[in-house]
Design a protein around this ligand. Structure first.
Ligand SMILES: CCCCCCCC/C=C\CCCCCCCC(=O)SCCNC(=O)CCNC(=O)[C@H](O)C(C)(C)COP(=O)(O)OP(=O)(O)OC[C@H]1O[C@@H](n2cnc3c(N)ncnc32)[C@H](O)[C@@H]1OP(=O)(O)O
Length: 197
């Protein structure tokens, strides 16, 4: 995405620094692969009550498609999705795209969202996300969220900076046991990831 080309929302250059083309990891899931949830307790893709229950599929040309079914549990204004939860959906979609395609553990450093149209309860947001460029540990990704179909009107756009981290980020600040369970899954073996930032 080159930026939001709406007069009301002038686009800043994106990525904001010089980057290299992202290299899809040789063991990245290929086009057509339905991505499994990355962690059962994840609010975005896990089995959490009233979570976002997002599901993602790898598309062609480095695009990952995610769906966020908006329910009454996700309201801000009556009948409309809460903007913070929409931002959460994009954090998940972008993070999943970076993690699965580059196979580099990374966390969100910055996330910006443009809310272009209301997202009603009962709709599904179809999110198309891609990695735009890499500069050392900095990974730039962006996404468009379409209402109710892959080519529906764009309701939300997001751009994120993800920072590659070593696994010690999760053991030092998070839950070492949870990380161990995570890496025991067949598709999450540490040797299949690029884990040296
Ligand atoms: C074998 C297993 C593998 C596991 C892999 C799992 C993948 C699974 C697949 C898929 C799942 C993904 C789905 C998840 C989706 C949700 C993701 C989230 O919600 S993440 C939680 C929220 N984010 C945080 O909690 C970060 C908190 N912040 C930090 O920990 C630090 O600030 C951190 C690591 C981001 C950076 O700290 P520093 O000390 O390491 O590095 P410094 O030097 O500060 O930054 C590095 C570079 O980035 C720039 N930078 C950092 N933050 C920036 C910002 N906000 N704006 C602009 N630039 C920034 C800096 O200016 C620097 O740039 P210069 O190298 O000097 O050019």
């Amino acid at each position: 995405m080159s930026g939001v080309s709406d007069n009301r929302r002038p686009a800043n250059p994106w990525p904001p620094v010089q980057t290299e083309q992202p290299e899809i990891h040789p063991k990245a899931p290929g086009p057509g692969t339905k991505l499994q949830m990355h962690y059962a307790e994840c609010f975005g893709c896990g089995e959490v009550d009233n979570g976002l229950h997002m599901r993602s599929t790898v598309g062609e040309a480095g695009v990952v498609f995610s769906k966020f079914p908006v329910t009454r549990a996700h309201q801000g204004a009556p009948g409309l999705a809460h903007g913070g939860l929409l931002a959460c959906a994009f954090d998940e979609a972008l993070g999943s795209t970076v993690g699965n395609l580059l196979r580099r553990p990374a966390v969100t450093g910055k996330l910006e969202t443009d809310f272009l149209r209301p997202v009603p309860v009962g709709t599904t947001l179809f999110i198309a996300a891609r990695v735009d460029g890499v500069a050392g540990r900095k990974i730039y990704a962006s996404a468009d969220g379409h209402l109710d179909s892959a080519d529906g009107p764009v309701a939300v756009r997001a751009r994120g900076l993800f920072i590659q981290v070593g696994l010690e980020h999760f053991t030092t600040h998070g839950d070492p046991e949870a990380l161990q369970k995570f890496t025991q899954q067949p598709t999450r073996r540490a040797e299949d990831w690029d884990i040296n930032p």
